[in-house]
Design a protein around this ligand. Structure first.
Ligand code: GLU
Length: 303
């Protein structure tokens, strides 16, 4: 199979069509990104790598970082984490207040905003320097220096009223141990991480490889935790469009409102795509199309 040819064809075909969708204006810093950016990085565990377009340009990975935060939290507290956050798809918007109230302060899953805010709280309760420790975890996964983007962090901090409402509601239900502002601060930081498609595809290899970073051989998660993480990405990784993504693409993955998507085939490969314009559910429109085309052309879906 000539994977480079497959990527080239997908890239040019998608580029030749109108660039539909919207930039996420509710985070001002993200609305300033050039909507024409488009990159793909495909990396096999065997070491083969293929890429096209803006695969080395860093962008705001947003909710994709929730996978790292949850990985770190479960590696510290284990199954106890599920006393405070569920494992069911949301079926509602990722920032729904109604759902959190309806479910009495236990977020449906760790990838909706309320769930990730609880995960941030767990990190604060268990780590001496949670923001730095989270970066250290991500750097271990990526094998390189990764940073928080100060502008995106400030932009979200200034405009994150809905996340503040979610955090306050969690606190009112007794599902936050720490100070609301402190928890929100870590949440906004984790959403502000910048990475490229190339870095994302590399850093998700531990989830493709039974929890072990294939480059350093470091065990970041146990085999069982890795199974849970991949299952959660499959069922909850795409807001309330996880069913569509599973149906069209057929890989576990996670998207972010910065227009990035990471997906993986356990034991085989990781693939990251970035295109900033989003569909109404908050997923990268071209990114979804590219991945659907990729698993169709390569016949590499887990189903
Ligand atoms: N920082 C975004 C928010 O809190 C994350 C959303 C996302 O990427 O899903 O709304």
């Amino acid at each position: 199979m000539n994977y480079q040819e497959i990527l080239n064809a997908i890239y040019h075909q998608i580029k030749s069509k109108p660039n539909d969708g919207e930039l996420p204006s509710y985070i001002p810093e993200l609305a300033r990104i050039n909507p024409e950016k488009f990159g793909i990085s495909l990396q096999f565990l065997t070491g083969e790598e293929y890429e096209i377009g803006d695969a080395h340009e860093q962008f705001s990975i947003q909710s994709i970082a929730k996978v790292f935060a949850f990985s770190l939290a479960i590696s510290i507290v284990g199954k106890k984490i599920f006393e405070r956050v569920g494992v069911e798809p949301s079926g509602n918007a990722f920032n729904s207040l109604v759902q959190l109230e309806y479910e009495k302060g236990i977020p449906r899953n760790p990838f909706i905003n309320a769930g990730a805010i609880v995960v941030a709280d767990i990190l604060i309760s268990n780590l001496p320097n949670p923001a730095m420790d989270l970066l250290t975890f991500i750097r271990k996964a990526a094998g390189k220096e990764i940073i928080y983007n100060e502008q995106v962090y400030q932009s979200e901090k200034k405009t994150g009223f809905r996340n503040a409402a979610l955090a306050n509601m969690l606190k009112s239900y007794g599902n936050l141990e720490n100070d609301v502002d402190k928890v929100l601060d870590l949440y906004f930081r984790l959403c502000s991480i910048s990475m490229s498609c190339n870095e994302l595809a590399t850093s998700f290899k531990y989830l493709c490889n039974g929890g072990v970073n294939p480059k350093s051989n470091e065990q970041l998660l146990s085999l069982s935790q890795t199974k849970r993480l991949n299952a959660l990405m499959q069922t909850c990784g795409f807001y309330d469009e996880a069913g569509q993504f599973t149906y069209k693409v057929g890989l576990p993955g996670k998207s972010g409102v910065g227009g990035g998507i990471i997906a993986l085939y356990p034991e085989k490969f990781t693939i990251a795509v970035w295109s900033p314009k989003l569909n109404p559910k908050g997923n990268s429109l071209r990114g979804m199309k590219a991945l659907e085309q990729f698993t169709t052309d390569s016949q590499l879906s887990i189903f």
